[in-house]
Design a protein around this ligand. Sequence first.
Ligand SMILES: C[C@H]1O[C@@H](n2cnc3c(N)ncnc32)[C@H](O)[C@@H]1O
Ligand SMILES: Cc1ncc(COP(=O)(O)O)c(N)n1
Ligand code: MET
Ligand code: SF4
Ligand SMILES: [Zn+2]
Length: 428
Amino acid sequence: MTQLELARQGIVSDKMQQAAEAAGIDAEILRQRIAEGTAIVCHNNRHTNGLPLAVGKGLPTRVNANIGTSKDDTSIDKELEKARVAVAAGADAIMDLSTGGPIDEIRHAIIAETQACIGSVPLYQAACDTVVKKGKAIVDMSVDEIFDGIKKHLDDGVDFITVHCGVTRATVERMDNEGRIMEVVSRGGSFTVAWMAHNDAENPLFEHYDRLLELVKPYDATLSLGDGFRPGCLADATDRAQIHELIILGELTQRAWDAGIQVMIEGPGHVPLNQIEANIQLQKRLCHGAPFYVLGPLVTDIAPGYDHITCAIGGAIAASAGADFLCYVTPSEHLCLPNVKDVHEGVMATRVAAHAADIVKGLPGAMEKDIAMSKARKALDWETQYCLAIDPELARKRRGESGVDEEHGACTMCGEFCAYKVMDERKK
Ligand SMILES: C[C@H]1O[C@@H](n2cnc3c(N)ncnc32)[C@H](O)[C@@H]1O
Ligand SMILES: Cc1ncc(COP(=O)(O)O)c(N)n1
Ligand code: MET
Ligand code: SF4
Ligand SMILES: [Zn+2]
């Protein structure tokens, strides 16, 4: 039985127990939410060294880091370092989005490296193999090659797979009719649209969705229903193609649930700040409360180099409105492949957003951390401040570099005119 089927029968599995303990939530409550689909316990049966991750209602806002090679940068060592840095920085999940070099080896190495939850987009490798190994074009992939590619990732223990099942003839037509500045910016979405046009066929992952469900079931992996029509710029946000795809993803969610398979929904993208809450509400309503996994959202298009910030602003709004899982964006977004430093900064920025939202969500223990920090700050207790900091190493380093390190001394911002010290004098 899958986790969803067990949960529906009232059984709290070992995985649920383990994931609930790690999340600090009651296992029975988690079970109920898994049963109703509003939470998932993300874990592939084949992922022997991996820990199950609970995502969704009542759980901490989760953070994913995307890593992986591209044609221009294929070093396994660098990707392993990114995986280490992402986890050390506090990422809950890692997606391997490799499209260059020895893709199988890289995925195996990343999976072996960490116990974190692992995601992938199997279609990327199916497309790369068709181009690089077979010397054909992406659009020449056969349907069996697409499904075999998915099976290979599941065999390796990937916990959640992005599948762009909502890219259909009808959604493409809607997009073309309305018109868009950026059209499709999703990589998997673009492969699928191009494949459909060339083969004059429906998306196989939509047409043969039952085959996909059957394939995934023995692994008990999570389907992350991809957003091929996520807006790639503010002007395209919340348009008819995006919402049409979301309606289809809602239908596919129910079909997956009927088959006993857990689901989350991928979401935008580039969205103006004042449309974010509506996007979350639409997803929650149309997908019957399935966990929402958003990329950003990025709240402006004009800040390349700072997109970890545009992402964190949107992520904080999205998660406080109910998004469950934030995919980071790094300072390299729209410019180049992220390096190790980008990965660190991306995870930290998104963790700040996630924590800010957890306070709004009323997550037990979230606000308490801020209160503890404030007390330590008022007491000029630096060691405690470092411990409580989202990035303890950075906090310690910056104060250290300023040349003062007296245990209960002020910092160089105000020095002897430290407001906390001035207020202490009043008491004396
Ligand atoms: C959908 C998201 O995936 C990211 N993305 C795509 N490929 C990679 C990669 N190799 N490494 C890191 N991020 C990647 C994009 O930057 C986008 O934000
Ligand atoms: C939150 C989120 N959304 C989408 C994708 C897939 O990327 P793409 O759609 O570009 O293939 C992803 N990895 N994460
Ligand atoms: C396909 S990688 C580029 C993704 C793009 N920045 C987006 O908005 O989703
Ligand atoms: S410009 Fe760069 S990040 Fe954007 S879709 Fe093209 S290759 Fe990907
Ligand atoms: Zn973008």
